[in-house]
Design a protein around this ligand. Structure first.
Ligand code: WTA
Length: 644
């Protein structure tokens, strides 16, 4: 029996939605999606109000998703200008720097000024509506300014995580055909410097096409400089006017592209548009975190990931919230940093990833107990399944048993939270994302596409559209249809496996495709493989995930060397460094096994099922191996397995 944590009286009273209200609103949202989303579409300020709500087809060969399509708005005006009337002096962003002594507060009035200046500076440097702007910044307020300035003038941002390598950055600049990049001299994380400008220079050298690079001075470190191309951010904005009227943007004009890993090929550019995305991000932020005016809200994600887009920047700011932005890491200067920041800024809502919780669990309870955390009211989790042990620790130790945990399941593709508890409505079961948000119709299907009813386990699909859904893969609509709408026609396929229990609660079991989730970061095994085979000594490589205590999943690589190459420890290290260089530190292989051969079928297809089992150290039942071209390969792999 799983423990169930009932909704406290305090929460049932405080929240927008209790259990009865949830059921009523949910029923209505799926019985009459048009009416429901028409009503909730009004939560954003439209320049020209919409008259149509939903225009969606999931039909094979003709997938088309449009919401509020004849409405116009400006996302940045919704996140800033509309709050100026009564909240100009309210803090919009609390910034906590890498060093605990470094912080600042930015009011809505200041945010308006900064975003207008930057938007004007971008225009002066040639950026126009529809242009793609690459943002490669650390977690500093300028990252939020840059996103909002793009939104203000109708440019499309593509934020690239500051931990990605020059090669990964280059690929994203190239795919988006981006001509304008915003970066910093260096980033600062956990006391270590990250050479963002130098990385940008290398990336641009590789792909070309970039006309201007706007550079924020963060550390003052030495950087290379190309006159005519590189512009200091502080010079550009100080010369710019603080008045920049927001562009009128169609609801279906793109807001941003965000690259994410899939099971095959290069990362794909997930495209989100303006109106529906903002409705969904702000609505989920309000209800899931039960956001009320005055709350101090902290999401620890990086703006390089979708969680940072929807729940540091767009959702909270659209709601006029105070959102905390943290530059550093959980264990610097020590492993009590998160809790110290909660005390320092009196944080009420704290939203993080299971991998951080597991790491901090390892640092022990004492560090947590040194801090008060009295301000905390609600905790959240995102990015990967949270194991019940971590959930219980988070609840008991961090939340002192007082704070509900919202375990929020969603994806880059979904734009916002899809399956989640609501703190005033949902009895909690540790490890379960629980029930669907309003308007979301999850279903489970088996391998043949048959819908499973009641208590069941299968692949998770979503039957109908919602306003925050991605619209296409940038520049490749066919890949969009192929990836999400071909396995099970007329539904959106998530790529996740899932179980539904007797109470209708959903339990995400993890990816069912060749995507692995390392510390909450999505990675395509194909990406790591292609990095490995690019090394001159590597003939072939196969990469799979395996259970990892801290990271959730670790990266296990089977590597076949070219004839004559010696499998040494030094080469192992070389390959690890190589992959870090090609993709970034988050893709660093955990285990590398030398494989004289890989298990293949007679037609040459690698049998990944077998490789996964061996990596999991579960090789007693390898299933049917009769189709292997050379069964002897498997014995060697088992003999020399690395995870024991
Ligand atoms: C996984 C992050 C279990 C899932 C917002 C999904 C989760 C992938 C949860 C998307 C959760 C995310 N419980 N699994 N609460 N949240 N996932 O695109 O496998 O970086 O498909 O979006 O993370 O990762 P992405």
């Amino acid at each position: 029996m799983t423990d169930v944590f009932p909704v406290s009286d305090e929460w049932a009273k405080r929240a927008y939605v209790d259990d009865a209200k949830y059921r009523e609103m949910y029923e209505r949202s799926v019985a009459d999606p048009e009416g429901f989303w028409k009503e909730h579409g009004k939560r954003v300020d439209w320049i020209k109000p919409f008259t149509t709500v939903k225009n969606v087809s999931y039909a094979p060969g003709n997938v088309s998703i449009k919401w509020y399509e004849d409405g116009t708005l400006n996302v940045s005006a919704n996140c800033i200008d509309r709050h100026l009337k009564d909240k100009a002096d309210k803090v919009a962003i609390i910034w906590e720097g890498d060093e605990p002594t470094d912080d600042k507060k930015i009011t809505y009035r200041e945010l308006h000024e900064q975003v207008c200046r930057l938007a004007n500076a971008m225009k002066a440097n040639g950026v126009k509506k529809g242009d793609r702007v690459t943002i490669y910044l650390p977690m500093i307020p300028e990252a939020a300014y840059a996103m909002l300035a793009c939104a203000r003038i109708g440019a499309v941002h593509s934020v690239v995580f500051g931990g990605f390598s020059p090669d990964a950055l280059a690929g994203r600049i190239e795919d988006a055909a981006s001509t304008f990049v915003i970066t910093a001299d260096e980033g600062l994380r956990g006391g270590r410097k990250i050479p963002l400008k130098a990385n940008t220079d290398k990336a641009i050298e590789k792909v070309g096409g970039v006309d201007k690079v706007l550079v924020v001075k963060r550390t003052g470190g030495n950087v290379g400089w190309k006159d005519g191309r590189d512009v200091w951010y502080h010079d550009a904005v100080s010369a710019a006017s603080t008045d920049c009227p927001p562009e009128e943007i169609s609801a279906e004009d793109p807001l941003f592209i965000l690259y994410t890993s899939g099971s095959t090929g290069k990362p794909k550019g997930v495209l989100h548009t303006s109106g529906g995305y903002l409705v969904y991000a702000s609505m989920t932020h309000q209800y899931v975190f039960d956001y009320k005016d005055g709350d101090i809200y902290w999401c620890t994600a990086d703006v390089g990931w979708v969680t940072g887009h929807s729940y540091i920047v767009y959702g909270p700011l659209a709601n006029g919230a105070t959102t905390l932005m943290f530059e550093g890491v959980p264990n610097y200067p020590d492993a009590a940093r998160f809790w110290k920041v909660c005390d320092k800024h009196q944080v009420n809502t704290f939203y993080t990833a299971p991998t951080a919780i597991r790491a901090l669990m390892g640092a022990g309870e004492d560090l947590v107990k040194q801090t008060s955390r009295k301000s905390l009211r609600l905790l959240g989790s995102v990015g990967e399944p949270i194991n019940p042990e971590a959930w219980l620790w988070y609840h008991r130790v961090v939340g002192d048993g007082r704070c509900p945990i919202v375990d929020t399941w969603w994806q880059t593709e979904t734009g916002g939270i899809m399956i989640t508890p609501l703190p005033g409505a949902t009895p909690l079961k540790p490890g379960s994302a629980s029930r669907p948000f309003f308007g979301i119709r999850p279903a489970l299907v088996d391998a043949d596409g048959k819908t499973l009813e009641g208590k069941a386990e299968g692949n998770l699909v979503i039957l109908d559209s919602w306003p925050g859904q991605m619209r296409t893969v940038y520049g490749d609509h066919e890949r969009f249809e192929q990836t999400y709408f071909s396995a099970y026609p007329n539904t959106y396929f998530t790529g996740d496996g899932c179980r539904r229990d007797e109470d209708g609660y959903y339990w995400i079991t993890g990816r069912v495709d060749d995507v692995i989730n390392v510390s909450g970061h999505r990675m395509g095994t194909a990406e790591v493989e292609s990095a490995l085979v690019a090394h001159p000594k590597v003939a072939e490589a196969a990469v799979v995930g395996y259970p990892h205590d801290l990271k959730g999943q670790g990266i296990y690589c089977y590597v076949t060397l070219n004839a004559g190459e010696e499998p040494t420890e030094a080469l192992r290290k070389e390959l690890r460094d190589w992959v870090r260089q090609e993709i970034g530190p988050i893709a660093s292989p955990d285990l590398i096994q030398w494989a004289p051969g890989l298990p293949k079928t007679r037609s040459g297809k690698i049998m990944r099922r077998i490789l996964r089992k061996i990596a999991e150290n579960e090789f007693s039942n390898l299933g049917d191996t009769s189709t292997l071209a050379d069964p002897g390969v498997v014995d060697d792999l088992i003999e020399n397995r690395q995870n024991r």
